[in-house]
Design a binder for this molecule. Structure first.
Ligand SMILES: [Zn+2]
Length: 251
């Protein structure tokens, strides 16, 4: 495989990666935001990685430089090289951030719930800053799902509707505009940070979804149950399981 800074060989290991982990008794809901990378249902926030913000400026600069060079010139080749090396660096930084954070979230919880955001909606957004954080989020989600399988942790993508409008305390609808950063419920007088309230709703939806999988498994909801993967030899012989490989997301 050729990348901007050299050639790479890729190896695939056809081995199921399963790791043991003691249950923590904790569950978590994650709300993606513009101000933070996410806010969780415990009120903790994770910031957007600063190196990605910096890289985004550098990318813009390199793009401008490339457009100023003449076609077919040596300078153009150099500028194009510089730009693609920067792109590669950014994608590695993003992956590093996603892997570490996803692993940490999955290992410290028994269930992770997040919104099932459509990539479609995100692509519409032309703003570079937004698209970089969207890419980081999409990748983070893929790693959460991957580690969910590895560690036997339930990961649930819930429909993103009304998660910010509903009250996470009484469940009633409290309409608010995007600029309203605080949720104030006039039914039960619950006051909470907007994103924190949304994260609590997301967790609640996730828990409800999992409670219903026995009778009503929905195709829309991406649900990974760690227990699906046969672990011992006796069950393997009887059920003739399909060969399943856990593939890590590749970028
Ligand atoms: Zn309320």
């Amino acid at each position: 495989m050729r990348r901007a800074d050299g050639y790479y060989a890729q190896f695939c290991l056809d081995q199921e990666r399963i790791e043991n982990r003691k249950p923590t008794g904790k569950t978590i809901g994650l709300d993606v935001g513009l101000t933070h990378f996410y806010t969780d249902s415990n009120g903790e926030t994770v910031e957007n990685p600063r190196h990605l913000r910096k890289s985004e400026k550098a990318l813009k600069r390199l793009n401008r430089r490339l457009s100023r060079t003449q076609k077919g010139s040596n300078n153009r080749t150099k500028a194009r090289n510089r730009l693609s090396r920067k792109h590669l660096k950014v994608s590695r930084q993003r992956k590093d951030f996603a892997v570490k954070l996803a692993r940490c979230v999955v290992q410290s919880n028994d269930l992770v719930a997040y919104e099932d955001l459509q990539v479609r909606n995100m692509v519409k957004n032309r703003c570079l800053a937004k698209s970089i954080s969207d890419a980081a989020w999409t990748q983070f989600r893929q790693w959460v799902e991957y580690f969910g399988k590895v560690f036997g942790v339930i990961t649930v993508a819930v429909p993103p509707h009304h998660t910010s409008q509903n009250c996470s305390s009484c469940g009633k609808v409290v309409k608010k505009s995007l600029s309203q950063r605080t949720h104030r419920c006039f039914h039960c007088s619950y006051v909470q940070d907007r994103d924190w309230n949304a994260a609590r709703n997301i967790l609640e939806l996730g828990l409800r979804t999992v409670g219903h999988t026995g009778t009503n498994a929905s195709g829309d909801i991406d649900l990974c149950l760690g227990g699906e993967i046969p672990l011992d030899k006796s069950s393997r012989g009887k059920r003739k399981p399909k060969k399943r490989f856990l593939e890590s997301p590749v970028f």
